[in-house]
Design a protein around this ligand. Structure first.
Ligand code: NAD
Length: 500
């Protein structure tokens, strides 16, 4: 073990004092490289107090000051893309090019935050009644907590804090304890960009830290991204404690392939979207629904492509797919593949037992492809979060759509077809928050919002874009009357105010 990761509170490193530490592993070697401090409830209180102190001035800082800092941060982030990607590869295991993609998608939200002046312009109606004007403004909510998952240790925090701080809030980030270092690098860059101390804090920890954040009286809002059971807990607990909360959960994303689709393009897309980042993406395609008689041909095309994927450490430019986050998770993923045949699936590719020469202790698993998967199989029902693609068959569009809409999840989905009319129907009829038409991973750009339906999101707001601005601000409407100097006094009127 070579490294210790501490908290970042009030603009500086603060050593963990709870006595509890978590291990951080290099997934490619299986070696524990780092220990991360796990915060106690008292340490959470210290981070929230720093954020609350900072809010006293940051909440009323000028938009010009905020955007100057955000533009400086954007330039630093751009210059340090590689350094952040290296930290992601070392602790998450994804390949370097994929880590760079994650930083780029996070940077999109910083771009949006740099333009917050436009988003916060407010509204004004003049002369709504005689000599009366009405203005609508939005103000920050206060101290915001962000709780994030392991699979995007840089991008998901950047879905949250750029807009939160641009709108005048202060932020306490509780990143995943499995890959905590990218968030600290971001904290250092924000400080270098001139962000006042305490506006952005990083608190490492597990359930103890999260549960204290959820009940802390000085935390006004909670943004969460992670698995569905935890998202449900976060939403229920934070709501019960009177907080504004958005909790994004897990997924099982379906790709519907119609008989008229370009099957080569569909197979390319299915392989990229199912196995990229070893399937550890909330927008990964994990179920392909083949409509009509194309199933066998499509499965063969997917198999051919999947067999050619190079698995290896994320540091090797030749690797296309890295290891899984932990050995326990790898074993759990493997158990779905091993149990698949007994549940009626046809195992076309079995990735279990895969190893990489020179990296024998890494958390490896190869690509698995299951065909003729019944909806009762655990591999279909559960979010596996690994490189396992299920193929299901449907006779018709309607049958395929019904299958997708019966899923408890509703994050992303895609249709592959050349038929514009069918694609249009799908957009309107499918129950999911993000839809791709011949686009397998339809993650919205930064100025639209990201979020699923059903068990993929608890709360009313999607994340980033306009929804992000709304989530991190409260509306206020101001009604003003300035009598003309020539007006006579209005006199007393006990009636309810009417406009005329
Ligand atoms: P996770 O739910 O295990 O952890 C997420 C966060 O919650 C972490 O910070 C973790 O420390 C904390 N946490 C874990 N257990 C907790 C508990 N019992 N009480 C309080 N806090 C707890 O998720 P993960 O394994 O880190 O990430 C993978 C999951 O995240 C997948 O389900 C994936 O689909 C989901 N995800 C969803 C989206 C989305 O936008 N919907 C995006 C990325 C990831």
């Amino acid at each position: 073990m070579t490294k210790t990761v501490h908290h970042w509170i009030g603009g500086k490193t603060v050593e963990g004092t709870s006595g509890n530490w978590g291990p951080v592993t290099d997934p490619a070697t299986g070696a524990v490289t780092t220990r991360v401090a796990l915060a106690s409830a008292e340490e959470v209180d210290a981070a929230v107090a720093a954020a609350k102190d900072a809010f006293a001035t940051w909440g009323t800082s000028s938009l010009a000051q905020r955007t100057t800092i955000l533009f400086a941060f954007r330039a630093l982030l751009d210059a340090h893309r590689d350094a952040i990607a290296e930290l992601i590869v070392a602790e998450h295991g994804k390949v370097h090019s994929d880590a760079l993609g994650e930083v780029a998608r996070g940077l999109e939200i910083v771009d949006l935050a740099c333009g917050i002046t436009t988003q916060l312009k407010g509204e004004l109606s003049t002369q709504v009644s005689n000599r009366v004007d009405v203005a609508a403004i939005r103000q920050p909510v206060g101290v915001v907590a962000g709780i994030t998952p392991f699979n995007f240790p840089a991008m998901v925090p950047m879905w949250m804090f750029p807009i939160a701080i641009a709108t005048g809030n202060t932020f306490v980030l509780k990143p995943s304890e499995k890959d905590p270092s990218p968030s600290l690098k971001i904290a250092e860059l924000l400080a270098e960009a001139g962000l006042p101390d305490g506006v952005f804090n990083v608190l490492h920890g597990d359930k103890v830290a999260v549960d204290r954040l959820l009940e802390h009286p000085d935390v006004a809002a909670v943004s969460f991204v992670g698995s569905t059971p935890i998202a449900r807990h976060i939403h229920a607990t934070a709501s019960a404690n009177g907080k504004r909360v958005q909790a994004l959960g897990g997924a099982k994303n379906h790709m519907l392939v119609l008989p008229d689709a370009d099957l080569d393009a569909a197979a390319d897309a299915a392989v990229s979207a199912a196995y990229g980042s070893a399937g550890e993406r909330c927008m990964a395609i994990s179920a392909v629904v083949a409509v009509g008689s194309i199933g066998d041909e499509l499965v063969e095309k997917i198999r051919e492509r999947a067999e050619k994927i190079t698995i290896g450490p994320g540091t090797d430019p030749g690797s296309e797919m890295g290891p899984l986050i932990t050995a326990e998770h790898r074993d759990k993923v493997a158990s779905y593949v091993r149990g698949a045949a007994d549940e009626g699936c046809q195992v076309v590719l079995d990735g279990t037992g895969h190893t990489v020469e020179g990296y024998e202790n890494g958390h490896w698993i190869g690509l698995s492809l299951l065909d003729h998967v019944p909806t009762t199989a655990a591999a279909y029902r559960d979010e596996i979060f690994g490189p396992v693609l299920c193929v299901l068959r449907a006779e018709t569009y309607e049958e395929g759509l019904a299958l997708i809409n019966a899923s408890p999840f509703g994050n992303g989905t895609a249709i592959f077809t050349r038929d514009g009319g069918a694609a249009r129907r799908f957009q309107l009829e499918v129950q999911a928050g993000m839809v791709g038409v011949n686009v397998p991973i339809p993650v919205p750009v930064g100025y639209h919002s990201f979020g699923g339906w059903k068990d993929s999101l608890f709360g009313d707001h999607h994340i980033y874009g306009n929804d992000g601005v709304h989530f991190y601000t409260r509306g206020k409407v101001i009604t003003t009357r300035w009598p003309d100097p020539s007006d006579a006094p209005a006199g007393v009127d006990l009636g309810f105010p009417r406009n005329h």
